[in-house]
Design a protein around this ligand. Structure first.
Ligand code: ADP
Length: 253
């Protein structure tokens, strides 16, 4: 994925992004952190092909994002709100993107079951969203993204509404699934510790208009273990990101 000198100005006149450039290599886990309103969601949506850049360009696998998403199914989007269909079972929700692609029923079932077992939800495949906890609903949403076998996963604060313990558990599970699936991930979060734990790289953005003011490689051992969170190396990275964020708050003034 490549973002090249991208500016985004909304029709309201608001300049959300200024001169954003970065490249994500296959298998990288990149988090975008920055003050609220700095354009993280805007950037994610542009990469998803939801909205147009004002200038510059975005390429996913060498293609326009909308082509990569619609025609090739190369990317999937997971939002903070899992947006599950309440009248469908867990299995039915996981199959949904494949129905939109007119994939046969047998293939749909198999792909959904594989995805549900990856996220550890086979036991609740026949239950409805309202019967599940917030963390389980989020896992259904991740399973739904898995069924289309995307190469790029875009996540906008997916764990923002969950308690800290659930968030940490899902962080571990997400990394396990990402490693299994071989995904490249672009992940938006406010949480510095979550960003350090998950990422191979963190981009820190300034206040509006969003610019990249820090690009940090997180060279912590993989697979990431829960006790990593109490290590000095982990704290060192978190401190570095927080220093950049403090600068980000100041930038733009
Ligand atoms: P973040 O995700 O970092 O909180 P956003 O990408 O949501 O930031 O917003 C960046 C800026 O763009 C904000 O000033 C916001 O008000 C503005 N913005 C976001 N979406 C729209 C829109 N649809 N129309 C006009 N302005 C928008």
């Amino acid at each position: 994925m490549r973002v090249d000198a991208v500016d985004k100005r909304y029709s309201t006149g608001s300049l959300a992004l200024a001169d954003i450039s970065f490249e994500a290599r296959a298998g990288e886990f990149i988090s975008l952190v920055g003050p609220s309103g700095c354009g993280k969601s805007t950037l994610l949506r542009l990469v998803a092909g939801l909205g147009d850049v004002t200038s510059g360009r975005v390429l996913v696998g060498g293609m326009a994002p909308s082509t990569a998403r619609r025609e090739r199914g190369d990317m999937a989007f997971v939002f903070q709100d899992p947006t599950l269909l309440p009248w469908r079972t867990v299995q039915g929700n996981a199959e949904f993107p494949l129905e939109l692609r007119a994939i046969s029923r047998i293939q749909r079932r198999a792909a959904a079951r594989e995805a549900l077992s990856m996220v550890g939800l086979m036991d609740v495949a026949n239950q409805y969203p309202r019967q599940l906890s917030g963390g389980m609903r989020m896992r259904v949403s991740i399973a739904r993204a898995l069924t289309t076998k995307p190469r790029l996963l875009l996540m906008d604060e997916p764990f923002g509404a969950l308690d800290e313990i659930t968030r940490q558990r899902l962080n571990g599970e997400l990394l396990r699934i990402v490693a299994l699936a071989g995904w490249t991930v672009l992940f938006v979060t406010h949480n510095v510790f979550e960003a350090v734990f998950l990422s191979s790289r963190i981009l820190v953005m300034s206040r509006q208009p969003g610019r990249v003011i820090g690009d940090l490689a997180i060279e912590l051992p993989v697979p990431r273990q829960p006790d990593l969170r109490t290590s000095p190396a982990f704290s060192g990275y978190a401190a570095q990101v927080m220093r950049l964020l403090a600068q980000a708050e100041g930038a733009g003034e």
